[in-house]
Design a protein around this ligand. Sequence first.
Ligand code: 4NP
Length: 165
Amino acid sequence: MLIRVLFVCLGNICRSPTAHGVFQKMVEERGLSKAILVDSAGTGAWHMGKAPDARATDAASQRGYDLSPLRARQVSVEDFSRFDHVIAMDESNLADLQVLKDKQGKGVEPVLFLGTWLPQASERNVPDPYYGGEEGFEHVLDLVEAASQSLLDSLIADYPGLRGL
Ligand code: 4NP
C-alpha cells in the first residue's frame, strides 16, 4: 500500500517544504517510508526549481530536519489524482487549490492543514514567514511539527494496513 501526501503553500520555498521535511522524518522514524510518500508544491510558479529559502532550511536544520534536497515545483491538476491527501497551509492556498481542482472536476478535495489536524490551535493558517523575521520560521516549525504528528497518528488510525509495518 502507498499513501500519497502533498503539502501546498504559495511559493513552495518556506512552509510546504518545512512540512515536507518534518513529516518525511516522522514517517521515517515510524518505519513507514515505503508506505507513505511525501511531496510538496506551490500554487505560484515564481520559485520553480529553487531550493527552499535559506531561513527555512537553517531553522529546520536546527531541529534535525534536512530540507536541502528539496526543489520547488508548481502544483498541477494531475496532483488531485496522484495524491490521496492534498493539504493547504493557509486558506488562501486552499481557495486557489479549490479553483484548480474544480477545473479538473475529479480527484481529492484539498483540505486545510491546521483546520483538519490541529483544530484546537488558536490559528487556522500556517502564517507566511517570507516577509518577516526568523521568529516566523520558528513559529511555522512549531505549528507544522504539532500538525504533522497529528496527521501521522490519524493516517495510522485510518489505514489499518499501516499498523504492524
Ligand atoms: P511559502 O512562502 O508560500 O511559504 O513558500 C512564500 C515564498 C515566496 C513568496 C511568498 C510566500 N513570494 O511572494 O515570492
